[in-house]
Write a new protein. Sequence first.
Lengths: 247, 280
Amino acid sequence: MSSQPIIEARNLDKFFGKFHALKDVSISVRQGERVVVCGPSGSGKSTLIRCFNALESHSSGTLVVDGIEVFEGSKDVRKLRQEVGMVFQQFNLFPHLTVLENLMIGPMKVRKVSRDQAERTARTYLDRVHIPEQAEKYPAQLSGGQQQRVAIARSLCMETRIMLFDEPTSALDPEMINEVLDVMVELAETGMTMVVVTHEMGFARKVADTMVFMEEGRIVEVAPPDQFFTAPSSDRCRMFLAQILEH
Amino acid sequence: MALSETAGLHGPPIPKPPVHQQVLNSVPVAVAIYAIVVGLIVYGSFAGAQNMGYNWQWYRVPQYLYSFTDDGFQWGEISVGLVATIRLSILSFALATVLGLVVALLRLSGLVVGSAVAVAYLELIRNIPLLVLLYLFYYVLGPIFGLDRYVASILTLAVFHSALISEIFRAGINAVAVGQWEAAKSIGMSTGQAYRYIILPQSVRFMLPPMTGEMVHLIKSSAIVSVIAVAELTTIGRNIISDTYMSFEIWFTIAAVYMVVTLILSVGVSFLERKFTVDQ
Ligand SMILES: Nc1ncnc2c1ncn2[C@@H]1O[C@H](COP(=O)(O)OP(=O)(O)O)[C@@H](O)[C@H]1O
Ligand SMILES: [Mg+2]
């Protein structure tokens, strides 16, 4: 892991109308770092990581991702998104395309890669997420866990340098959570820079370099996992951990 | 105890509809009632015509559909008119679809100017009767821009129907989940690419039924161009009648031809639609 920051957010504020969703948020993610973000529902976790690939535009502050300054109306937004993949809670696969086409459409239309090349890449990453045999099916024919793995592969096919995950296992039946987490652990082992919003603390312990706790639009705690789980400095964080670790 | 358990598992039994409704809805009874009603209407009009002393000449009608002469098989005037109507409708519908898509995209563009232009266009068209629109295109814009009656007809029908079609597009586009936009954007697609590869292909499913309705509507309203004497089904009907005075037979026939075409269209599309949903 280099010490070069690949995401650098300084004093971000985000308003939805009058609602103050992010309050003076500063965070820096180094290349190859794995950051796990947790916190109660509505604390601004999604909003923060959606700012990182410009799905939301921050209201003030500065944000530099992979050397690209992100701001509303920037011409570089598409360039940025080609470097930053996103995996959603609801998978958001393209239902009218087969699995293979889901993986090929980005490289072909956005990166202008040849069909052959795109298909080779797609099959490589389908192997990586352990479902090569599902290539010709439509998303609706797959289980939730399989769909989410296809979604991960779809992002990987863009050869992104950063991957954002927004509660990737929250919409899954319990028995499918691990197949997705396993793929994410393997991805972490390849050195991918990852920012993961999740409440799967077992996963966090295994892969996180840095834990972030958010509440009411603020980052309340940033710590390495050992310290985060054993001696969090804020009471709110301790209470939150006690609540979710009960299960 | 046992009783309440069954109720809990399967819910309360669905009450049967009342007996008279069951009888009326059974297939033979429904068909018989339908046949009687249609028969009465047909009989009533024929009897009425008889009382007027109308001279029915149905035997002269087929030659206007097709004929066998020494030269072999030939399409009749009504069939030629039908082809003209279909051609006019297809051209108008294609143009209406393009216009409708542009207007819908303008409205959804988020640009203030774009949606203002679109809304003004829609309000203008919605509030002008089709017949007046046709006169505007033919008698006003026609001389100015050198439009012949055929082009004026196509433009009129296209513009008139583009208003509803743009609403169909807008609803179809909005029916696609927001997550699809986000997924498309997050793999780096531009708005145009997202529309083309992700959003519009999914909207088709929502748009197919109302678009069929609109096509049927357009075929029917295309009859109006007979007022500026464009050669199509209705105009041909009028011409035949002025030659032969068989107004009852010819109008019945023309109405039936429109009906057959629009019914075939509706049935064909609902078949397509079923195939479409199965594929996904
Ligand atoms: N598009 C939006 N419009 C208005 N309010 C929003 C929007 N997106 C999120 N919010 C609000 O911002 C707050 C933070 O949301 P979010 O980032 O989704 O929280 P989290 O992911 O931590 O659950 C919530 O109170 C939510 O209601
Ligand atoms: Mg969230």
